[in-house]
Design a protein around this ligand. Structure first.
Ligand code: AMP
Ligand code: MG
Length: 417
């Protein structure tokens, strides 16, 4: 199945804004995945394929929120104590098997169905128990400590919308509504490779002039965190023919190819020409920093995203572009990360016309939360990501940031788990 309309990433301009790039992805990419049924216990992180409409009320029955005594509010004397006989018992899983009569109190426990005829529960801490009767304090409101049937989710309500990535509470809610399995999109199959003659796998001694592959491990974890099934295609050398062979193999039975390195314009950058040989390629020279050109294209019908080799640029472009692309391909909706306004704990100058992502950590300053910029900001300083809490985002129009100004902060917890 073709996931991309022809020439989908074509872009003629010199510098593409992040907004325009995201709009292109949104408009051009359609979901590729089929659905399957998964047991609820294995559904964490999966994307629900259909709206889950409640076929029952949650809770299913009115019940007590506390341990105490269920009464009819009309039996209580408003301005002084009321004494009522205790004539029955209702515990969780053990309802009173008759309606409550007027003028009596029913011993009740948290989660027990409210007896018919009782509308209010007095907490046991507010009662005095005497042989066979209970003394109830005045002043309780009608309906206190009673949970209504359907007050959480009403029958017929959409409990979970299609396209939602299932988190722990979602699974709790699905179970509470009686589901033991869910219809989800099958995981996106992603082929992942690194490029570069200098790049080597960790675990063996490093040859002269070489570096260990950081990106593949980082990207594999990011992809897995997004629910993708990752196939590792290893490290490919800076040779067009070898790259083309690997990309051709990667395009079989995969929904997306992710590469890093080799997409700049140097003569050792061969991803572009390899993709051009096999399909279509477009560069997005993005108006962002960090982030060199990002390659987007397709090998046959399979989309490919070529991230820059510098690890910081790779992770930022992953967050900014690959993440929404993957969400769209995988059938997920709402993927828009939330930004939080915080105070800048630093002054900064930037070139207008591009969006900058600055690595920063959050500190408390009195009542305010202040973003403190990481002191080193080279695109190769991976430890800066490890040691920061997230990214301060300075939009295209900004040229100067004054200390104390409000800025958008994107916590890494929103986007890289
Ligand atoms: P490139 O985009 O191939 O020009 O690479 C840019 C920089 O990133 C170079 O310094 C590369 O050595 C480095 N680099 C490329 N791939 C990786 C990788 N997988 N892990 C760590 N660094 C890399
Ligand atoms: Mg390279």
């Amino acid at each position: 199945m073709a996931q991309l309309s022809d020439d989908c990433f074509a872009f003629g301009g010199a510098l593409l804004t992040v907004e325009a790039a995201l709009a292109e992805i949104e408009a051009r990419v359609s979901p590729v995945v089929q659905t399957e049924t998964t047991p609820l216990l294995a559904a964490a992180g999966r994307i629900v394929a259909r709206d889950i409409v409640a076929t029952m009320n949650l809770p299913p029955h009115a019940n007590s929120a506390v341990d105490g005594y269920a009464v009819a509010h009309a039996d209580l004397t408003p301005d002084r104590e009321t004494i009522l006989p205790i004539t029955g018992r209702a515990a969780a899983g053990h309802p009173l098997e008759r309606p409550a009569r007027r003028g009596e109190a029913i011993r009740i426990f948290t989660g027990a169905p409210m007896p018919e005829g009782a509308d209010t529960v007095m907490m046991q801490e507010d009662c005095a128990f005497e042989e066979g009767r209970v003394r109830l304090k005045p002043g309780i409101k009608k309906g206190a400590n009673r949970r209504h049937a359907g007050e959480d989710i009403a029958e017929g309500e959409i409990a979970l919308s299609a396209g939602r990535r299932l988190r722990a509470p979602d699974l709790g809610l699905a179970a509470a509504l009686g589901h033991h399995e869910l219809c989800v999109f099958r995981p996106l199959r992603v082929a992942l490779l690194s490029t570069g003659d200098e790049v080597h796998d960790p675990g063996a001694p490093l040859p002269q002039g070489a570096i260990y592959d950081a990106n593949r491990f980082m990207l594999a974890a990011l992809l897995t965190g997004l629910g993708c099934a990752v196939t590792d295609f290893g490290i490919r050398p800076d040779r067009e023919a070898a790259l083309a062979d690997t990309l051709a193999a990667a395009s079989v039975e995969h929904d997306l190819i992710v590469t890093s390195g080799g997409v700049s314009t140097g003569e050792e950058d061969h991803v572009k020409s390899a993709v051009e040989r096999l399909g279509t390629l477009h560069f997005w020279r993005l108006a962002i920093k960090p982030g060199r050109p990002v390659a987007l294209g397709q090998v046959g019908a399979v989309p490919l995203i070529g991230l820059p080799g510098n690890p910081v640029a790779a992770i930022v472009t992953f967050v900014v572009l690959a993440r929404p692309l993957i969400a769209k391909l995988a059938g997920a909706t709402a993927c828009v990360p939330r930004f939080f306004p915080v105070r800048a704990g630093f002054a900064y100058r930037k070139k207008p016309g591009r969006r900058e992502y600055l690595r920063a950590s959050l500190e408390h300053d009195g009542d305010a939360v202040v973003a403190v910029k990481y002191p080193r900001d080279g695109a190769g300083i991976l430890s800066s990501i490890v040691r920061s809490d997230g990214l301060v985002i300075l939009d295209e129009a900004t040229s100067e940031l004054a200390i104390g100004a409000m800025v958008d902060f994107l916590p890494f917890s929103e986007v890289i788990g």
